[in-house]
Design a protein around this ligand. Structure first.
Ligand SMILES: Nc1ncnc2c1ncn2[C@@H]1O[C@H](COP(=O)(O)OP(=O)(O)OP(=O)(O)O)[C@@H](O)[C@H]1O
Length: 574
């Protein structure tokens, strides 16, 4: 019921359009009934061989109603779709904003494919609620009232069989079929979502699946999901057919009942015989409004299930507290004070009382075993998450006092895996600074070691990177991400293993370029490769979410602690 009310509430901005569409829908039904009734009257009159002039109004009436029906039907569809498309696009924007607030915290829990299914298929399915539930109901109510008024002009007692029949066809039958098919719509929506999730997973992960020999297993999952979807669709189609047949039967019985009642009136001279066909066919015409109601059971379930999935994203509160002041950072020293953080409320602490500071313009390296919390530290600095206890300070102020956008604007990040958009190399670099001119982009690309693409590729930086950068090598993808940061020249550089997966020589060259670009800016470099850390002002060794050691490269080696052990191991390995 809450979803129902929310869906109705969403229609607020377009209610006028929807009401106009319902009005046009009613006029179309009324015109259809008028056309049939006038045609029946015309035939009945013609049988009495009156002068042609006596038939001219009826002939014009048939033409008028025919044209009116076509015009109003078109208008109804036009207005309804206009309203729905506006509504759905507005909902998509709202959902997108809600997702923006959720940042990565909830994305991790929901999963890309599911999120995609909610954004596309589920929102699309919401149109059924307005187009196939609300509008047909409104039109059916208006058609019933209109028919009652029309029949009432001739005799009150004609209203009873017509309205009773319409209530059964439009009220009782849909309710019965809703009960019988309860859950079928939900099964359909869930089966559809499972199907698209399985297909997307298969498409995205086919390389890994093929390498692991699991492609056929995943394909089987898609086939199973497809089978469940087909079964659900078959069940729904069967029930829809049955509902249509039952509704048709009730409508025809209603027409028969009105015909018998009117025939009795003709027999007892209460009604001229020429009206008999007109009254009967008017009921038949108005019954057009009842037919779509039988499918409501299905669309109701489907749209409510999709609404639940869509609204479940909107009800999450923001993961990040909104800044209480619209401050913009002006200094770029960083401090973490007794920060405690975990990903799940009852999960283990990932950062457990972490305190550290980075002077503005300093270069600090962060090392530590896998899972020590290094990337998590970077996420907190980027304010993708807020700490549970303690605080992160930027320029002496709690980072929560700044708008997230202001924090992000002052930072540049290069991670191990960076997203590249399916666009040209230049466009991917320019993302960091849309106002950058051609020369700036080329300079950043050269500084990041993309000279080969500029000089040797036929289209240079205009070459497409392909979906998620698949047309580039791993090293080239990293260089594009680095070029972005070098172009942006942020106040704070966060480098989270940017050279992972590169050969040692390329890795060192790239790191040197990045550090040269970051000269004079606060730089936090997370790495597993200790060689190259000698140029850092300070090195922090993280262990289980805390600072285990801190000092310059030489100091840490001299201490012969964790860092020294890591260094020794690295020397042995290489
Ligand atoms: N989104 C997440 N949800 C739940 N747990 C997470 C999430 N991201 C990381 N973790 C967990 O937090 C811990 C610290 O992860 P983090 O990525 O910060 O480690 P790291 O030191 O950067 O490791 P690595 O060197 O392997 O990249 C790990 O135990 C990891 O499983």
């Amino acid at each position: 019921m809450r979803c129902f009310c929310r869906l109705l509430g969403l229609a607020g901005p377009v209610w006028l359009l929807l009401a106009a569409a319902a009005g046009a829908g009613f006029l179309a039904v009324a015109a259809g009934a008028g056309m049939l009734a006038t045609a029946a009257y015309l035939i009945a009159m013609a049988a009495l061989s009156p002068p042609l002039a006596a038939l001219s109004v009826s002939i014009a009436g048939v033409r008028f109603f025919t044209l009116l029906r076509a015009g109003t039907r078109y208008l109804e569809r036009y207005l309804a779709h206009d309203a729905i498309l506006r509504l759905l696009s507005d909902l998509r924007v709202r959902l997108y904003r809600a997702l923006e607030r959720l940042a990565t915290a909830r994305f991790d829990a929901i999963g890309d494919a599911d999120l995609f299914a909610r954004l596309v298929a589920d929102i699309d399915r919401l149109q059924f609620f307005y187009l196939r539930v609300v509008l047909p109901l409104l039109v059916a109510v208006m058609a019933t009232v209109g028919l009652g008024c029309f029949l009432g002009v001739f005799a009150w007692h004609l209203i009873y069989p017509a309205v009773a029949g319409f209530l059964v066809a439009g009220g009782v039958l849909p309710l019965v079929f809703y009960r019988v098919g309860a859950g079928l719509g939900r099964v359909l929506a869930t089966a559809g979502a499972e199907h698209s999730t399985a297909v997307i997973d298969c498409l995205r992960g086919w390389r890994e699946l093929a390498a692991a020999g699991k492609l056929s297993q995943q394909a089987e999952r898609v086939v199973q999901a497809d089978h469940r979807l087909a079964q659900a669709q078959k069940g729904a189609a069967g029930l829809t057919g049955l509902a249509d047949a039952a509704s048709g039967l009730v409508v025809n019985l209603t027409v028969l009942a009105v015909f018998l009642a009117a025939a009795e009136m003709v027999r007892s001279d209460q009604l001229p015989g020429v009206y008999l066909g007109a009254l009967t066919l008017a009921v038949q015409g108005a019954a057009e409004a009842m037919l779509p109601l039988t499918a409501i059971f299905r669309h109701w379930g489907e749209s409510m299930s999709s609404a639940e999935r869509v609204f479940s994203l909107l009800i999450y509160g923001p993961v990040l507290e909104k800044a209480n002041r619209e401050e913009v950072p002006v200094a770029y020293d960083i401090e973490l004070r007794d920060v405690r953080f975990r990903y799940q409320p009852e999960g283990p602490w990932v950062l457990d009382g972490l305190s550290l500071s980075l002077a503005a313009g300093s270069r600090v390296g962060v090392v530590g075993a896998s899972g020590a919390g290094k990337s998590t530290l970077a996420k907190l600095l980027l304010r993708l998450y807020d700490p549970e206890d303690g605080c992160v300070l930027l320029g002496g102020r709690d980072i929560r006092e700044y708008r997230s956008e202001a924090v992000w604007a002052s930072m540049g990040v290069v991670e191990q895996h960076n997203h590249l958009f399916n666009a040209s190399v230049a466009d991917n670099i320019r993302l960091a600074k849309p106002s950058a001119g051609e020369n700036e982009v080329v300079a950043a690309a050269r500084a990041a070691g993309l000279g080969k693409i500029i000089d040797e590729w036929p289209q240079g930086l205009a070459s497409s990177v392909g979906e998620n950068g698949h047309c580039l090598s791993g090293g080239e993808r990293q260089r594009v991400a680095m070029a972005r940061v070098l172009l942006k020249k942020p106040q704070v550089f966060i480098l989270d293993e940017p050279t992972a997966g590169l050969d040692p020589v390329s890795a060192q060259t790239l790191l040197d370029s990045l550090l040269a670009g970051a000269d004079g800016r606060t730089t936090l470099s997370i790495t597993h490769r200790l060689a190259g850390l000698a140029v850092m002002d300070d090195i922090i060794v993280l262990d289980q979410g805390r600072v285990a050691e801190r000092g310059s490269f030489d100091e840490l080696l001299a201490r012969q602690g964790i860092f020294y052990e890591m260094w020794r191991l690295e020397q042995d390995l290489f």
